[in-house]
Design a binder for this molecule. Structure first.
Ligand code: FAD
Length: 209
């Protein structure tokens, strides 16, 4: 509707536009680089039990809105945390990881018991700590997010999240996100390498393109 309104005397009504016309307009504006019209469509995600390491990367995407669980107001006992697959896959690494997490949880608890405010006790919490975050991004920003974060160069946890988000928006807005994904699927790989393209395709299996 916003895209068509650039070329009409009156703002067109959505209900008077056919599915075929909507798809055509989305494709024409996208291919012409008239991407600001994509900013009128926004998507909100409720993201639970990801690590603080992930959200630290996520919030670098500046053209989005965020509401994150506060470590100043929420007592994080018991300490829930993300375990990277590389750690989970190695017995001795897993033992060390669990030992450190248990020590940190116990120490956090002791600090809180001593009357240390949550906002100060949290200084000892690790990057792995679970957090929840509600994120709203418009379609233009999501395209940029998918380009960067579905790439095999992106860190595994945020990449896994990006693929879930891509599948979800593709389900509800297939034309708007037609072709969205890593840079290597849109053109030349900016990293100058193509060896990971097959792994990217595997990651996108099941996503209509
Ligand atoms: C594989 C990978 C590795 C990374 N490694 C590091 C690292 O080691 N250290 C580190 O600090 N960060 C790192 N980052 C984060 C990266 O530098 C970006 O901050 C992050 O990906 C957000 O991207 P963005 O700026 O495009 O997104 P957004 O902030 O959402 O911006 C979207 C787009 O808006 C435009 N824009 C936004 N703000 C401005 C502005 N102020 N001026 C001009 N244009 C603007 C740009 O076109 C931008 O692409 C990494 C990211 C990736 C994907």
């Amino acid at each position: 509707m916003a895209a068509k309104s650039c070329h009409t005397v009156d703002i067109p009504k959505m209900e008077e536009m056919s599915e075929k016309e909507i798809k055509a307009i989305i494709r024409i504006t996208r291919d012409a680089g008239h991407h600001s019209v994509m900013e009128h469509a926004s998507f909100t995600f409720s993201i639970e039990d990801v690590s603080r390491a992930l959200t630290h990367q996520l919030v670098r995407h500046r053209l989005a809105s965020y509401s994150q669980q506060s470590q100043r107001y929420v007592n994080l006992e018991p300490l829930e945390y993300v375990t990277p697959p590389t750690v989970a896959g190695k017995k001795e690494a897993m033992e060390k990881y669990r030992e450190v997490m248990e020590y940190l949880e116990k120490s956090y608890h002791e600090l809180v018991e001593m009357g240390i405010p949550l906002e100060d006790a949290r200084y000892i919490l690790p990057n792995a700590t679970h957090t929840n975050i509600v994120v709203t991004m418009n379609a233009r920003e999501l395209w940029n997010f998918f380009t960067l974060r579905t790439c095999m160069k992106a860190q595994w946890e945020i990449r896994a999240l990006a693929y879930i988000m891509l599948r979800q928006v593709r389900d509800v807005a297939p034309t708007l996100f037609e072709g969205a994904g890593p840079a290597c699927l849109q053109g030349p790989c900016p990293e100058g390498e193509r060896e990971c393209a097959e792994r990217v395709r595997r990651g996108l299996r099941g996503v209509k393109r």
